[in-house]
Design a protein around this ligand. Structure first.
Ligand code: PDD
Length: 275
């Protein structure tokens, strides 16, 4: 397995990072996940722009555009050029003696790897999800590597053999542990606005644009816990999730069998055409 680390491509067993890397000590870093489908990265520009703007938010100086050629080389060495695959990029602040504040001249640690991954044309999952209190911090717009909150919340779903954990904060639904959350009510699509309580997913943005182009009314307005029993459909979005229909939320069943709602289906079909 080949890994890109700070300008070199090496075998993963030879890729060494200091234990004093602030990514290891503090989770002080960012990541991106994107997929190559049919020989091109799906919304690569948007993923790299989000990474660049995230770096700016946390004052890590690094020019993400430098990675474009490195990604091509990595894919070549990993024999994944033109193959369906998943690319992981991680940029941590770098190595320094452990102290919360960071030195000004610190050099970021940049790591990337790609693995084969074929996404189904349409996500056929009929997801069962659980609801939990969103106890994460209030800068969820930053795609940071410190994912302990997300890990703990996701693990609860796995223990209960569910697909995801959907989160609520102050009585409204925000997002899920590793995906964004949408509802449909009386033909209108609802999702939490892109503020500091959610990650503004690239798939989320694409789905909102699809609603506009299909003439489906979309409101970036949160759905409250109290409204849950009035919704008609719900679905999750994310890079590898694509669009996953939610069949059941805790004990509340939205549909049976494969009979997911018409709006979810329409968006899934339109999404497929973008690949
Ligand atoms: N997860 N919200 C959270 C908390 C996420 O971690 C993700 C992505 C999303 C969806 O974002 P996008 O559509 O840009 O993938 C929303 C990634 C894929 C992960 O952690 O593996």
């Amino acid at each position: 397995d080949k890994v890109y680390l700070n300008g070199s491509i090496v075998n993963s067993a030879d890729a060494k990072v200091s234990v004093f890397d602030r990514g290891f000590i503090f989770g002080d870093g960012l990541y991106e996940v994107m997929v190559q489908i049919n020989g091109r990265f799906f919304y690569e520009k948007e993923h790299l722009e989000r990474l660049q703007s995230g770096l700016q938010k946390i004052n890590i100086e690094f020019d993400v555009s430098l990675l474009k050629n490195e990604i091509l080389t990595l894919l070549k060495v990993a024999s994944l050029t033109d193959k369906d695959c998943m690319l992981y990029i991680q940029i941590t602040r770098g190595v320094a003696p452990r102290q919360h504040s960071f030195p000004g001249d610190i050099k970021p640690t940049v790591m990337m790897y790609a693995v084969p991954k074929v996404l189904p044309e349409i996500n056929t999952v009929n997801a069962h999800v659980i609801t939990r209190n969103d106890f994460r911090w209030s800068r969820c717009d930053i795609k940071m590597t410190s994912l302990l909150g997300n890990v703990m919340l996701n693990e609860e779903a796995m223990q209960l053999e569910c697909y995801e954990t959907i989160l609520n904060r102050d009585g409204v639904f925000t997002e899920a542990s590793h995906s964004n959350l949408f509802f449909v009510k009386n033909g209108v699509v609802y999702t939490h606005p892109a503020n500091e309580y959610i990650l503004n997913g690239i798939t989320r943005i694409v789905v909102i644009e699809l609603c506009h182009s299909l003439g489906i009314e979309i409101k970036e307005t949160p759905i409250s816990l109290a409204e849950l029993n009035t919704i008609d459909e719900a679905f999750l979005t994310g890079t590898s999730t694509q669009i996953a229909a939610i069949q059941q939320i805790d004990d509340y069943k939205l549909y049976t069998g494969n009979e997911k709602g018409p709006v979810t289906q329409r968006l899934q079909e339109a999404f497929l055409k973008l690949r």
